[in-house]
Write a protein that binds this ligand. Structure first.
Ligand code: P6P
Length: 327
């Protein structure tokens, strides 16, 4: 079995990226251990605090955020971090370093209390400026500038899925050894699938184009393998991972409640979009390639349609035809 580090070295990864990845997987291994014994350690339930998004923080959110920040603060190549759980840009002790890491420390954390898979999502890109404290302008870049992206899914096994622009590869954690081993290389997502993932409870608030696409998914048409199956876990990493492997589409559109969508560009949509394109899939905000969107703030949200190319094309054609406006 090939270790993650051996694989990265043999793929001639740029050493600063290799280094940054070490400072991401180290806290992730400890987080995996804690998640696997969540009921036995005091990390379930609410942290009696809210994050910058106004979301109830789970104890696990706070713990994980602290651990990733502590770890990356030691990384000589990381100048600053952006975290879903922290309002401001977090400088490291290396303000002149070249790279910025954006992450969602625990995506889907509300699922931890019911033992459903959750994940960490990360994105690595270079700052625009060459030195001095990282500014918001350094961070507001299109996702096409990412140099590495991935997620760690804490499920029945803990799996790192990542890309540095040379395909998508997965590595499974052997918890007794404490190492990630290569488990799948050059993962390609099917061009077509028959799984659609979105929160149908928001139907009434969806844009007309999403309502029409949803009905399209549910029509009886043997030739196009419809009706599709609805699969929605409520944890983006878990829904994305299943669709990546089996084919499918994940949609979190703008709604009346979330007029810009719910998911954040820098540390959820950009990394997932980089991964899906590297796996032969597609990601859109409903009208534009996701990786071309330039955010105007570090926690900016966006609608997202991500997954099998033919499914994303069909969904965005409905958006084009019937509009992105909610009624
Ligand atoms: P809803 C989890 O809170 C999350 O950020 C994603 O992991 C998930 O896909 C989405 O929100 C679920 O949102 O509104 O359907 O509960």
């Amino acid at each position: 079995m090939q270790t993650l580090n051996r694989f990265l070295i043999e793929s001639s990864i740029h050493m600063p990226l290799y280094n940054i990845i070490q400072f991401i997987i180290t806290p992730a291994k400890e987080l995996s251990r804690k998640i696997n014994i969540a009921g036995l350690e005091d990390i379930l339930g609410e942290a009696e605090a809210t994050n910058v998004q106004g979301e109830e923080q789970k104890k696990l959110d706070v713990y994980a955020n602290d651990e990733f920040i502590k770890s990356l603060n030691e990384c000589t190549h990381c100048a600053a971090m952006i975290s879903e759980e922290t309002e401001v840009i977090i400088p490291t002790q290396y303000p002149n370093a070249e790279y910025i890491v954006a992450f969602d420390p625990v995506d889907g954390s509300s699922n931890i209390d019911v033992n459903v898979s959750i994940g960490t999502i990360f994105s690595v890109f270079k700052r625009k400026s060459t030195s001095g404290p990282v500014t918001e302008d350094d961070c507001l870049q299109a996702g096409s500038n990412q140099l590495a992206a991935g997620y760690i899914i804490y499920g029945s096994s803990t799996i790192l899925v990542m890309t540095t622009g040379q395909g998508v590869h997965s590595f499974t954690l052997e918890p007794h050894v404490g190492k990630f081993y290569l488990s799948d290389t050059n993962i390609k997502t099917p061009l077509d699938g028959n799984i659609y993932s979105l929160n149908e409870g928001n139907y009434i608030k969806f844009p007309e184009g999403v309502k029409k696409y949803l009905k399209y998914c549910q029509e009886n048409d043997k030739e196009t393998n419809r009706p599709y199956s609805s699969r929605y876990i409520g944890s983006m990493v878990a829904d994305f991972h299943r669709n990546l492997k089996k084919g499918g589409i994940f949609i979190y559109p703008n709604t009346e409640k979330d007029p810009n969508g719910k998911l954040r560009i820098l540390y959820e949509c950009n990394p997932m979009s980089f991964l899906i394109e590297q796996a032969g899939g597609k990601a859109s905000n409903g009208s534009q390639r996701m990786l071309e969107v330039v955010p105007t703030s570090i926690h900016q949200r966006t609608p997202i349609f991500v997954g099998s190319t033919n499914m994303v094309n069909k969904a965005t054609s409905f958006m084009e035809q019937f509009g992105t406006k909610t009624s």
